[in-house]
Design a protein around this ligand. Structure first.
Ligand code: PEP
Length: 256
């Protein structure tokens, strides 16, 4: 049995202004109880503009949610209009930053070297990157999904020292399953998660391989999460659409 703490993270994407964010976190806090937070780390990833409100609520009401940002600048400061640095996010109490989400890779042309720089920027600010990896449909059809995703892992962790890599959260998100309603099977998720774990062992050590949490993401809902979480190398879920409704996200977090 794994000793890794399960992690369920809600990626709100471009949804919820800061008022709506407060309402959603309050509803979640009302629905979830201490036993839920004892069993599972529950994290929300609001838009940047809602982070300060979420921080105020979480700290003020001593809520047990973790939270983080959906992106991070590769730069620490300077003439980078529109960017938000790791230290700014850390100052807002963030624990996590998503890095390399497929929507960033697709719509903002983020390549492996930028993802690598963002992973390093997150660690430099004492944030934990939730590193998103995964293949598109063509790669899956060509049965190259394992090699593709492992290569993304290699590139994202290039020159990242072991003491940092041991903290990383990896999210395997097959692009064809994100927001499409088409969920990978538990066996699909396990196949890639296991390969990523083996690769972490090759890149670093058996300890780091055992410690790293690997999430699955792609149309996870309350009615399909249990099968995915039953897989030995899957430690949690990165949830998009289903994280926007309090009842549904709370059910997800209580998948057991
Ligand atoms: C995501 O945004 O990372 C995601 C997996 O979205 P969805 O759950 O909506 O497929």
């Amino acid at each position: 049995m794994s000793k890794r703490t399960p992690l369920i993270a809600g990626n709100w994407k471009l949804h919820n202004n800061h008022f709506e964010a407060i309402a959603l976190v309050q509803k979640l806090a009302f629905t979830l109880n201490d036993a839920d937070f004892d069993a599972t780390e529950i994290v929300v990833l609001p838009p940047f503009t809602a982070l300060r409100s979420v921080q105020t609520l979480v700290e003020g009401d001593k809520l047990r949610f973790g939270y983080g940002a959906q992106d991070i600048s590769a730069h620490s400061s300077g003439a980078y209009t529109g960017e938000v640095s790791g230290s700014m996010l850390a100052k807002l109490g963030c624990t996590y930053a998503l890095v390399g989400h497929s929507e960033r890779r697709e719509h903002h042309h983020e390549d492996d070297s930028l993802v690598n720089a963002k992973v390093k920027a997150a660690f430099a600010a004492d944030l934990v990157p939730i590193l998103c990896l995964g293949e598109g449909l063509e790669v899956r059809k060509a049965k190259e999904h394992v090699a593709h995703t492992v290569a993304q892992l290699d590139a994202a962790l290039a020159d990242v020292p072991e003491e940092q890599a041991a903290q990383v959260v990896v999210a395997y998100e097959p692009v064809w399953a994100i927001g499409t309603g088409e969920v990978a099977t538990p066996d699909d998720a396990q196949e890639v998660a296991a390969a990523l774990r083996v690769r972490l062992g090759e890149l670093y050590s058996p300890e780091t391989s055992r410690a790293a949490r690997i999430l699955y993401g792609g149309s996870v809902k309350s009615d399909n999460i249990a099968g995915i979480m039953a897989k030995s190398d899957v430690d949690g879920a990165l949830v998009g659409g289903a994280s926007l409704k309090a009842d549904e996200f709370a059910s997800l977090a209580r998948y057991r």
